[in-house]
Design a protein around this ligand. Structure first.
Ligand code: FES
Ligand code: FES
Length: 132
């Protein structure tokens, strides 16, 4: 049911772990299945210098987090923000329809980590969320 790429990521997930002194942390949970994903990013010069994650979830969720980490490492924050679940699923050679919701977790957790970073660095960028 899963593509070869998904099984590869599941067998040898890349960039697993925690960044203790992360510049941004983003956590999401899927209320339906109870799966959890946390992304950690290190930002330098507007680029994601390092990225790690912890995922407690299904095969698809683990493959998605591994794929997301590979896709955004070294990318600018703007590039990373444009990552969608569709892009992630495509990079994985597709996901079964009933597993598409799992790919949401990856893009969402990363987006939250970026937002956390931007919240911490308020004042260093023109921020639409300033009043929050
Ligand atoms: Fe929960 Fe995949 S079944 S994220
Ligand atoms: Fe969201 Fe600044 S962009 S806090």
């Amino acid at each position: 049911m899963y593509s070869e790429k998904v099984m590869q990521h599941f067998a040898t997930p890349q960039n697993v772990g925690v960044i203790e002194d992360a510049d941004g942390v983003g956590e999401v949970g899927n209320p339906v299945c109870g799966d959890m994903m946390t992304f950690y990013i290190k930002v330098n010069n507007g680029k994601i210098e390092d990225v790690k994650y912890q995922t407690f979830g299904c095969v698809a969720a683990i493959a998605v987090s591994s794929q997301v980490s590979e896709l955004v490492k070294g990318k600018t924050l703007e590039e990373a923000k444009s990552l969608t679940k569709g892009v992630v699923a495509e990079a994985l050679g597709g996901l079964p329809k009933q597993k598409m919701h799992c790919s949401n977790l990856g893009a969402d957790a990363l987006a939250r980590a970026i937002h956390d970073y931007e919240t911490r660095t308020h004042g260093q960028h023109p921020c639409p969320h300033r009043e929050n």
